[in-house]
Ligand binder design. Structure first.
Ligand code: GLN
Ligand code: ZN
Length: 787
């Protein structure tokens, strides 16, 4: 018999929607190509939802979650639900809801409507021929500190709201018709407004739209209540951010109003501790509060004390952001002091939506049993919740006991495994001198030596690393992976591609060349595959945005470099030219950020281990005669913690890791770094502290505006502000690049300027690339004549 005081409910804030085999991705792409009708796409969506709800129920969850499904993005779903599609699209009544949805997501017209995928890779948006005027897609940006990207709502003083989409209610009805107990999930009104951006009118505050928005939320809640949903989960993750007081103050009244609808509300927070918002979150007039027990376990006791006893406390005790099996004993120990305090009102959950982890381990046949036993993807996490529930309820039947034993054994094996712990790595880290992150001399001395060595013209030209990844390159790699091409054949092909890229660059007259990265599939995977401590899944896809998924490597153990990773290719490339060949590496923070990282040691230590591996590669390149080495770090900014109070700590270890990777070289060796974005104004001192001899950044799309911060800060080292927007197939004219460089010269000493594109050229074609780079070289020459 279950003691009712201990009755536990389980649920999840959300489930991956892309499907075990990425069914949604393929269906979407077919629909966009016109090969799958809208009705057929809807059927795929319905089937996926049905399957995912069944998994939730079969795993023993007390509610399934409805409303977490989206054909592209959950924020975009809310834009339609709340009837605030931006007026600039000029949508007509005849256009279907789905058509309008994909137009907002992907843009419309023959012009490029570029967007940043944020994973360092670049893409152009596709466009439907609608006969309507051109309209850029909604902007995309990162969902809090995840690698998921949402579509940014646009707000103007004229924005109005109206309940405008039946999808949510239909999905709830669908789940009910399948016999499920349903919890509906919504993004809360304050988080929704916060995530949007104000457009148009100067000084317009999007919070001023709240009064217009709340009645629509109330209508939504009334509808859900009428449908008989058990609970409505309403996500307000912004409670974990540093909020301006006007936003904090808006919560009480907002939830007082929403509570009038009379449906039980579970206010969900995640990703970050509540800190100064803790007591606010606890006293809001809602039925329950969900908190992230993984990111903020230290707050659980005070929440259990502060939250009135009649309210439900949902503890996210299974990590929704990482792929490790839960240490169930540790989880039970954390829960123990809370269980009695929350008699009958404790729920267990994943910390956040499982959207951020891969679907299932079941499909992974190549991982090896040991490592596989350490992992839990979305479906395995559902099972963990069930075991935890049984254990907390004191139901130690055979199944629970067995599951706990299996879990315990896996945790013990991971803790003790020699594959995880390498003494040599540990010893090296401990023995690392304090000044291992310092170049031998200051920048002025290095700059003088490098100038004497390379004798580059002023406004030297270079590129960011990759050249077009042509169909030929990709099919060669695919054949190689299928075993149809031998190692030798594959290497020959790649060497030819490298030779071609070098030849083109010589013909164009670039000053510092690159080998073009033909041999690389992905800038992180390429290194992860060659480093110890990494494994790769076959189907561990995670949605990045829309139909795009990424398959992050898993860093499971101490990282080390068995042998040189890039030296042969780079030396080959250098042998083909008298110009300096720039070595090309991915930096430790970017490798860390774009992987699933071990949770048994601080991220800072893992970063340092990767840094040492990269440091060895840098030293080997130098040894092999490569005088210029670029260490890409596009992910430094996105690693910033959500709370400002934690920025310094992160930036300290992150910039140190970069410097450790870069500092083993002589003064005459020139270190470059590249970051895709240039929105660094708030962290410029730390960017400068990375002390790269040259930094290249993305500035062309902001018309060089983003460079102003560097100028005002008097950024001390050399800079290559991008003059060519590689996200678009458009070829920039020489005059346009001259104008950008003149703008740059007004804020940065011209002697410190480099000339380069915004980012790598792997997504571009050769023809456009050649023309654009020819114009770029000509622009540099024109600048040399002026300054
Ligand atoms: N060197 C990489 C390239 O050119 C850099 C990519 C990136 O910044 N994301 O492709
Ligand atoms: Zn870039």
């Amino acid at each position: 018999m279950t003691n009712t005081n201990k009755a536990i409910h389980t649920h999840i804030p959300g489930f991956p929607r892309i499907g075990a085999q990425r069914e949604l991705k393929f269906a979407l792409e077919k629909n966009w190509r016109g090969e799958l009708s809208d009705a057929e796409l809807e059927t795929v969506g319905r089937e996926l939802r049905a399957r995912h709800w069944a998994l939730q129920r079969d795993a023993g969850l007390d509610f399934v979650t409805a409303g977490d499904f989206a054909f592209y993005d959950q924020v975009a779903n809310h834009i339609q639900l709340l009837g605030c599609e931006p007026a600039r699209y000029g949508f007509s009544a005849e256009q279907s809801q789905l058509d309008r949805y994909f137009t907002m997501a992907r843009g419309r017209s023959g012009d490029a409507a570029p967007a940043e995928c944020g994973h360092g890779c670049t893409h152009d948006h596709a466009h439907g021929a609608t006969g309507l005027h051109a309209a850029a897609a909604l902007e995309m940006t990162k969902w809090f500190d995840t690698n998921y990207h949402y579509l940014v709502p646009e707000f103007t003083p004229e924005t109005s709201f109206a309940l405008s989409c039946e999808r949510l209610f239909e999905e709830v009805a669908e789940a009910q018709a399948l016999g499920h107990a349903v919890k509906a999930a919504l993004i809360g009104p304050l988080t929704f407004l916060w995530l949007g951006k104000a457009r148009g009118a100067e000084g317009f505050d999007r919070l001023s739209l709240l009064d217009k928005l709340l009645p629509i939320y109330s209508q939504v809640l009334e509808r859900l209540k009428a449908q008989g949903v058990q609970w409505v989960q309403i996500d307000e993750p912004i409670l974990g951010l540093d909020l301006p007081s006007a936003w904090r103050n808006a919560f009480e009244n907002t939830y007082w109003q929403l509570n009038q609808a009379g449906v039980p509300l579970l206010l969900a927070t995640y990703f970050s501790p509540l800190e100064e918002n803790l007591s606010l979150a606890c006293r809001l007039p809602v039925g329950g509060l969900h908190v992230d027990g993984i990111r903020a376990p230290h707050e659980l006791t005070s929440i259990a004390d502060w939250l009135p006893v009649h309210k439900v406390l949902s503890v996210g005790i299974v990590d929704g952001r990482n792929i490790w099996r839960t240490d169930l004993d540790a989880a039970l120990a954390i829960l123990a002091p809370i269980v009695d305090k929350r008699a009958g009102k404790l729920w267990l959950s994943s910390s956040c939506s499982l959207l951020h982890v891969p679907f299932t381990l079941a499909a992974e046949t190549a991982l090896g049993n040991e490592i596989r036993s350490w992992l839990a993807f979305a479906t395995e996490k559902l099972d963990e919740l069930y075991v935890l529930k049984r254990a907390v309820q004191g139901e130690y039947d055979a199944g629970t006991t067995e599951a706990l034993a299996v879990s315990r054994a896996a945790i013990a094996s991971r803790r003790a495994s020699p594959r995880v712990h390498q003494d040599a790595v540990r010893t090296r880290l401990q023995a690392l001198p304090d000044d291992a992150d310092q170049r031998r001399s200051g920048f002025a001395q290095r700059q003088a030596e490098q100038r004497a060595r390379f004798k580059l013209p002023s406004f030297p030209t270079t590129t960011i690393g990759s050249f077009p990844q042509t169909q030929a390159i990709r099919s060669a790699r695919a054949s190689f992976k299928r075993g149809e091409l031998s190692v030798a054949e594959y290497e020959t092909r790649m060497r030819e591609e490298i030779a071609y890229a070098v030849q083109q660059q010589e013909a164009l007259g670039l000053d510092v060349l690159v080998h073009g990265e033909a041999e690389r599939n992905d800038m992180v995977e390429y290194f992860g595959e060659q480093l110890d401590g990494f494994v790769f899944t076959q189907l561990g896809w995670v949605q990045s945005y829309g139909s795009r998924c990424v398959k992050p490597p898993i860093i499971y153990g101490d990282v080390s470099r068995p042998k040189a990773m890039t030296v042969d290719w780079t030396v080959h490339a250098q042998s083909l030219t008298g110009k300096p060949m720039k070595g090309m590496l991915t930096g430790p923070i970017t490798i860390l950020q774009w992987s699933f990282v071990r949770d048994d040691q601080p991220r800072a230590r893992t970063a340092l281990q990767i840094a040492l591996a990269i440091r060895d590669e840098v030293a080997d390149l130098e040894q092999a005669g490569i005088g210029i080495i670029q260490i890409d770090e596009p992910a430094v900014r996105e690693g910033l913690p959500l709370r400002r109070s934690r920025w310094d700590e992160y930036l300290n270890w992150a910039t140190r890791a970069f410097r450790v990777s870069a500092s083993a070289v002589a003064d005459g060796t020139q270190i470059h770094t590249h970051m895709c974005y240039a929105e660094f104004n708030d962290i410029l001192p730390q960017i400068a502290a990375m002390d790269a001899d040259v930094i290249t950044i993305e500035t062309s799309r902001s018309d060089m505006e983003l460079l102003n911060g560097f100028g005002q800060f008097r950024y001390p080292n050399e800079i290559g502000p991008g003059v060519y927007d590689i996200h678009s197939p458009r070829v920039p004219a020489q005059a346009e690049m001259v104008r950008l460089l003149q703008k740059a010269s007004a804020v940065i000493p011209p002697a410190n300027l480099w000339v380069n594109p915004d980012c790598g050229l792997k997504t571009r074609g050769w023809a456009e690339t050649e023309t654009a780079l020819r114009n770029m070289v000509a622009a540099a020459k024109q600048l040399r004549a002026i300054y």
